[in-house]
Ligand binder design. Structure first.
Ligand code: ADP
Ligand code: MG
Length: 292
């Protein structure tokens, strides 16, 4: 009968770190024809570290990093944490900025050392006002899969910080297996296009949506549903929660995941083990066959 097959499938998978929040999702996951992956924290660890630091004004590297870290110390973003950690490694003394403001999906701004600073993704700034040399530095670093953050004051771009976020080792093989199962794979990210494409290339994903705000992720999942009907979304962040809710099956990273993502998801990968996504589909298909 239906129940024993389903219950044993669900409890067996829970023991392996794949948590279904109900039998309906086991059936639903068997129909999935497309999967959208968030990049940061999902395909990657979401723990970037600073790799490059460039200055374009008279500020010394140390002073500019100290200013950036002082401002970022008020942000909870993983990029902010990496910048603060870098300043910590160099034992730089942080200061309290004034008028701090975080602009979700863009960056931060605040006053410090007699100047007003904006720190964020290149798209946060008017590109026409940026030097060609600086833009070429941005492109070079982004093509290496790094995320670039610019630091701007009244005089223009003062510096640049590049960060690298390592891709999870299971990502590439998992994506290949999903393709073998006939599932379309896409990447969704708030990061810039060149960075996103470099990471997508590493993961073996051909379809990339970059520069997204949280509501854009939701809208893309809705559009994918119009085309593929049965669409899964995999994510970790509070900014993924609306897309996870809209997907046919929302899948959250159990360890890296925010509370909002975990609560919204239908399926949780307890150890952030991406391999379990393929197992979920295979198990769903097998169980649904037994039942029918
Ligand atoms: P993701 O989808 O990559 O998790 P977010 O929506 O959190 O992205 O942020 C998008 C981009 O905005 C980041 O890649 C970064 O460039 C920029 N950004 C966001 N918060 C900050 C911050 N505190 N400091 C600098 N840059 C930031
Ligand atoms: Mg994320």
């Amino acid at each position: 009968s239906i129940m024993p097959a389903m219950l044993s499938a669900i409890s067996n998978s829970a023991r392996k770190g794949l948590l279904f929040k109900g039998g309906a999702h086991l059936e639903r996951v068997s129909h999935i024809r497309a999967i959208a992956f968030d990049k940061t924290g999902t395909l990657t660890y979401g723990k970037p570290s600073v790799t490059d630091f460039l200055t374009y004004q008279a500020w010394s590297e140390e002073e500019l990093l100290r200013i950036a870290a002082s401002i970022e110390s008020l942000s909870t973003h993983p990029i902010a944490k990496a910048i603060v950690d870098k300043a910590g490694e160099l034992s730089l003394e942080l200061e309290r900025p004034s008028d701090f403001q975080a602009l979700a999906g863009w960056g931060v701004q605040a006053g410090l050392a007699g100047e007003f600073w904006k720190i964020g993704k290149p798209g946060f700034f008017e590109e026409s006002g940026i030097d060609e040399q600086i833009l070429s530095d941005v492109r070079k670093l982004e093509q290496e899969g790094k995320t670039v953050v610019l630091i701007q004051n009244a005089a223009g771009i003062a510096g640049m910080i590049a960060l690298q976020d390592a891709i999870r080792p299971q990502a590439r093989e998992m994506i290949a297996k999903l393709k073998e199962l006939g599932v379309q794979v896409v990447m969704l990210t708030g990061d810039q296009r060149l960075t996103a494409e470099a990471i997508a290339r590493e993961a073996g994903i051909d379809q990339v949506y970059a520069g997204l705000l949280p509501e854009d992720k939701l809208n893309i999942v809705k559009t994918l549903k119009e085309k593929y009907t049965h669409v899964a979304m995999v994510g970790d962040g509070i900014n993924d929660a609306p897309a996870l809710a809209a997907a046919s099956v929302g899948i959250a990273m159990g360890a890296a995941g925010s509370d909002a993502a975990l609560e919204t998801a239908d399926l949780v990968l307890m150890n952030d083990d991406l391999d379990k996504i393929k197992e979920a589909i295979v198990l769903g298909r097998r169980t649904t066959r037994i039942i029918k």
